[in-house]
Design a protein around this ligand. Sequence first.
Ligand SMILES: Nc1ncnc2c1ncn2[C@@H]1O[C@H](COP(=O)(O)OP(=O)(O)OP(=O)(O)O)[C@@H](O)[C@H]1O
Length: 301
Amino acid sequence: MTAGVTIEFDGLSKSFGAVQAVDDLTFHVEPGKVTGFLGPNGAGKTTTLRMLLGLVQPTSGRATFGGVPYSKLPVPAATVGAALEAASFVPGRTARNHLRVHASAARLPASRVDVVLAQVGLLEVADRRVAGYSLGMRQRLGLATALLGDPGVLVLDEPINGLDPEGIKWIRGFLTALAAEGRTVLISSHLLSEVQQSVDEVVIIAKGRLAHVGTLASLDAADTLRVVVNSPEHERLATALTAAGYTFDQARAGLVVHDVEAIDIGRVALAAGIPLSALSRHRSGLEDSFLALVSGGEDRA
Ligand SMILES: Nc1ncnc2c1ncn2[C@@H]1O[C@H](COP(=O)(O)OP(=O)(O)OP(=O)(O)O)[C@@H](O)[C@H]1O
């Protein structure tokens, strides 16, 4: 494996006629982590990834692998493996043959074919025609193709799309393990919920522009916390909370206190000797934060 390098986007822009698909994107994607590249349909994710991979010429700015553009990489397949959405496979070809053709074109040893088939769990069906593959199997084959050169960087467009729950669980573990080996892993998605459990960092774009860069936790920090607390001695609990200076809403599940930690509410109940039947902390709206950041982004597709 070649070492993971930092993917650098620097003032990257692309317009198609009057459509500004990507608008002045500057951010870095570091090795050793899984980074989610998020935005609604039409936000400009695919165009950005296509520019990174030298498939589309930027209008201005650049995207590089540690300062080197894709076209200048000495052995591209050994530096970066990519699976773009709607990867095309010749339907009559078997998975093994598909990989052999790619290995040969990239001047990689044929022995890599069975290694990557095993890695993505397709070894047993490797001699079946791709035409009969499910979407999930095609996703795995795209991933196997990306891994042929044992690259330090992986760029995957919507890799979770179309997977069943078992497939989602598998790919989450797989991507985490690749990042733990020191690779740079960038995955795009239009759904935060889809990648939320897989990513360490998020880059969110809307209407071609950068909306947020940071850890998943930093996105979370914009959220409000709420605690739901209940007691068989409901009235005493309400009185104790009011006396301690808390305001709350009444809900079926109990009293809802905003912007507070569960331990603080637990202490109030303990000090007043009130038994609790429920005490839970809710982190509403990671998805809400995401939607607020990208709202209005869908109308361009
Ligand atoms: N070749 C092209 N010619 C003209 N407009 C284009 C072209 N490619 C993309 N666009 C436009 O650029 C914008 C960004 O598209 P892009 O496919 O990059 O978004 P996306 O975030 O990947 O969306 P999706 O998840 O739907 O693929 C859209 O308005 C799209 O219609």
